[in-house]
Design a protein around this ligand. Structure first.
Ligand SMILES: Cc1cc2nc3c(=O)[nH]c(=O)nc-3n(C[C@H](O)[C@H](O)[C@H](O)COP(=O)(O)OP(=O)(O)OC[C@H]3O[C@@H](n4cnc5c(N)ncnc54)[C@H](O)[C@@H]3O)c2cc1C
Length: 377
C-alpha cells in the first residue's frame, strides 16, 4: 500500500502549526492533526504571545532565544503580518534591585533597543517604573488568529491520537474510525505526552492565564514587568502570565484566575476603564533545562534492555525510534521559538541535517538514566 503522507504532525499549537508549515514548504505531503477541531486549543490559545528578546548576562539560553526572536519576527512579518503587531515591547525592571541588574544586562542586548527614562514612561502612561529597555522591533501576536492563519495553509484532520504503530517502513495512526499511514511522525503535543516514554526530556506544565479587556486607554506599546501588558490593539488590552508549576490542566483559583494579573496590571497602567472581554487559561510545556526539544526520540526500552550499564554511567551509542520526532519544550516563549525550531526540524527530516546540539533532546538522556537508577535505590 503506498504511504499516504510524508509526515503527520500531532498537535495544532504554535509548534505543530509551524512544523507543518515548514515541512510543507520543503515539499512534503503533510497532515496536521489535533484532538480539537480548531487550532490553539492548548497552551497556544492562552498565550499573550509576545515576541520579544530575552534579557540577561549572555547565557546560552539567552543567545538561542534571541537568535529565535530575530527569526520569528521576520517570519511573522513576511508570512502572517496581519496577526503580528510590531508595537515594541518595554522590559521594565521589577524593582530597584532589578534596575541595577539592567545595567549589567545592557552589553548583552544583541537586538535593537534603547533606554526609556522614567519621565518618558510616565508620559506614555506607564507608572511606577524605573528606567527600562525598549525593543522597538518586538511585538505581540494574536495567538489564536496566528495559529489559525498557519493552520489554514496545511491539510488538517481532527483526531485524538491514542495509538501509533511502526511496521518497519511506515507509521500507522489508529483510531476507532480510520487509520492513516505516514513515513514520519512529529509529536508537538505540548505538556501531554502519553504516546511514548519521553520522561528523559522532563516535559512539565506551567499553568497560566490571560485576560482580554475592552479599554479606551491610549497605550501604543506593549510591556513586561512580572506580567505582560499588551498595547491597546483595536480597543483590546491583554494581561497575561504563567507561573504555577502544575501536573493537571486546572489550577485552583477560587474562580478568579485573573485576580493577581489585574492587581499587578493596575500598578503599571491605568486599568480604571478595563472591562473583561474574555478569560484564557492554559498550560505551557517546558523541558528540564529550559531549552527547546527538537529532534529524534530515543528508544528508551531498547536502551535499558540492551545497555543496562547506562544506569552506572556507560555511554553507548544512542538508538532512536525510527522516523519519530519531537518539537516541544518551548516554555514561556513558544511564539518566539516555534518558527526557527520548526525550520531546524524540517531541515533535519528532509535534508538529514544534524540537529543543533543545544536543542537535541539526546542531551538529557544519559544523565536522566543515571539519576533514575539512584532514585530507584
Ligand atoms: C498564559 C500564557 C502566556 C504566555 N505568553 C507567552 C508569550 O508572551 N510569548 C510566547 O512566546 N509564549 C508565551 N506562552 C507560551 C506559549 O503559549 C507556549 O510555549 C506554546 O503555546 C506551546 O505551544 P505548543 O504547540 O508546544 O503546545 P500547545 O499549544 O499546548 O499544543 C499542543 C496541542 O497538542 C494537542 N494534542 C496533545 N496530545 C494529542 C493527541 N494525543 N492527539 C491529538 N492532539 C493532541 C493538544 O490538543 C494541543 O492543541 C504563554 C503561555 C501561557 C499559558
Amino acid at each position: 500500500m503506498p504511504k499516504a503522507y510524508d509526515t503527520i504532525i500531532i498537535g495544532a499549537g504554535i509548534a505543530g502549526c509551524c512544523a507543518a508549515f515548514a515541512l510543507q514548504k520543503k515539499g512534503q505531503k503533510v497532515l496536521l492533526v489535533d484532538r480539537s477541531s480548531v487550532p490553539a486549543s492548548g497552551g497556544s490559545g492562552a498565550a499573550g504571545a509576545f515576541v520579544s528578546p530575552k534579557i540577561g548576562k549572555g547565557s546560552a539560553l539567552q543567545t538561542l532565544t534571541n537568535e529565535a526572536y530575530e527569526y520569528a519576527k521576520d517570519f511573522y512579518l513576511k508570512h502572517f503580518p496581519k496577526h503580528f503587531h510590531q508595537t515594541g515591547v518595554i522590559r521594565i525592571p521589577k524593582d530597584a534591585e532589578d534596575a541595577e541588574k539592567f545595567k549589567l544586562y545592557e552589553p548583552f542586548n544583541g537586538s535593537k533597543y534603547r533606554w526609556v527614562s522614567k519621565e518618558e514612561l510616565e508620559a506614555i502612561g506607564i507608572q511606577n517604573a524605573d528606567e527600562s529597555f525598549l525593543f522597538e522591533e518586538a511585538g505581540v501576536c494574536d495567538a489564536p488568529a496566528m495559529c489559525r492563519a498557519i493552520w489554514e495553509q496545511v491539510p488538517f484532520k481532527q483526531f485524538d491520537v491514542e495509538k501509533l504503530k511502526f511496521d518497519g517502513t511506515q507509521w500507522k495512526l489508529l483510531t476507532a474510525h480510520c487509520s492513516l499511514l505516514t513515513q514520519n511522525i512529529v509529536l508537538a503535543t505540548g505538556y501531554q505526552n502519553t504516546l511514548f516514554d519521553m520522561r528523559y526530556m522532563g516535559i512539565r506544565g506551567t499553568w497560566g492565564s490571560r485576560g482580554d479587556y475592552y479599554s479606551k486607554l491610549k497605550l501604543d506599546v506593549s510591556m513586561h514587568k512580572s506580567i505582560s501588558v499588551s498595547a491597546n490593539i483595536e480597543g483590546i488590552i491583554k494581561l497575561g502570565a504563567t507561573h504555577n508549576k502544575a501536573k493537571n490542566p486546572c489550577m485552583a483559583c477560587d474562580g478568579k484566575p485573573l485576580k493577581s494579573l489585574e492587581e499587578q496590571g493596575s500598578l503599571t497602567v491605568d486599568t480604571g476603564d478595563f472591562v473583561l472581554k474574555e478569560t484564557f487559561c492554559g498550560m505551557r510545556s517546558g523541558s528540564k533545562d529550559y531549552f527547546p526539544l527538537v529532534g529524534s526520540v530515543i528508544d528508551v526500552p531498547f536502551m535499558f534492555e540492551n545497555y543496562p550499564a547506562i544506569t552506572r554511567g556507560a555511554k553507548p551509542q544512542i538508538k532512536h525510534i525510527e522516523n519519530l520526532y519531537v518539537l516541544n519544550g518551548l516554555g514561556g516563549r513558544g511564539f518566539v521559538f516555534a518558527p526557527l525550531m520548526a525550520k531546524w526540524l524540517a531541515e533535519s527530516i528532509t535534508q538529514a541535517k544534524e540537529t543543533d546540539k543545544r536543542v537535541n533532546p539526546d542531551r538529557l538522556f544519559l544523565k536522566w538514566a543515571r539519576k533514575l537508577k539512584m532514585s530507584n535505590e
